[in-house]
Design a protein. Structure first.
Length: 246
């Protein structure tokens, strides 16, 4: 369902939404999200006390529990800007979520950012047309919430995790005829992923908070890579950092 009319937005505002089966109040004010719903399940099983599943619509698992006594939810958001755009819009606008932290994987295009390192996205360039819906008289720069970003960097320093903070590229294409990675690299972009810019735009439009913390799963320049199983089960450093921000 897509409409710009206030009438239809009001109708859609009733929960559950078309994509999330939870009732209002079943989702915490802070949600940690991952593209893979099985990664959300992993976080629920390994980071949450007494997790309760609130969503299985389209297999996009979501759970609410507590972490060190604080209420938090974890949920999948799927692959790409259209998918995360839908889920985070509904969370921000229909479930009164205040903060969303994405933990995900990315491909490095920086010579000093290696497999297993963390990348904290201060901003998100994109080749997507997602921002056109806002009809802005120029180019919008999607950026993270600074308080979350500073907290994540401090947590990495405290935990001794290797990381870099900088711009990432949210690409609409995984397979592409010409990625132009050298041109993005020349502009100081650290890594390529597929969702951050839409999350940051939805947060900005809703007046909410967002941050993206990424684990480097492969290095586009050197060919370093990890398996899908490793990405699902062993990328816990970014989760450690995200849960310090609750």
């Amino acid at each position: 369902m897509q409409s710009n009319t206030n009438q239809n937005i009001t109708i859609m505002a009733n929960t559950p939404t078309p994509h999330i089966g939870a009732k209002l109040g079943e989702i915490a004010e802070t949600v940690i999200m991952a593209g893979d719903p099985l990664r959300a399940k992993f976080m629920a099983e390994n980071f949450l006390e007494n997790p309760v599943q609130f969503n299985n619509v389209r297999g996009m698992l979501g759970f609410t529990g507590t972490h060190k006594g604080k209420r938090v939810s974890v949920m999948g958001h799927g692959m790409g800007i259209p998918s995360i755009g839908i889920y985070t819009y509904e969370l921000y606008n229909f479930y009164d979520v205040k903060t969303i932290i994405r933990v995900g994987s990315a491909g490095s295009i920086h010579p000093d950012l290696h497999v297993g390192d963390l990348c904290i996205a201060i901003g998100a360039c994109t080749n997507s047309n997602y921002a056109s819906q806002y009809e802005l008289p120029g180019t919008f720069a999607p950026v993270a919430d600074f308080s979350l970003l500073r907290g994540a960097a401090d947590a990495c320093d405290h935990l001794g995790y290797r990381y870099k903070v900088g711009n990432v590229l949210s690409s609409d294409t995984f397979y592409t005829e010409n990625a132009h990675n050298d041109k993005w690299m020349n502009m100081g972009v650290l890594a390529v992923e597929m969702e951050a810019s839409a999350l940051y735009m939805n947060a900005a439009r809703a007046g909410k908070k967002a941050l993206v913390i990424l684990t480097i799963s492969d290095h586009i320049l050197t060919g370093e890579a990890t398996t899908a199983e490793e990405r699902q089960n062993t990328f816990t450093h970014m989760m450690d950092v995200a849960f310090t921000l609750i």
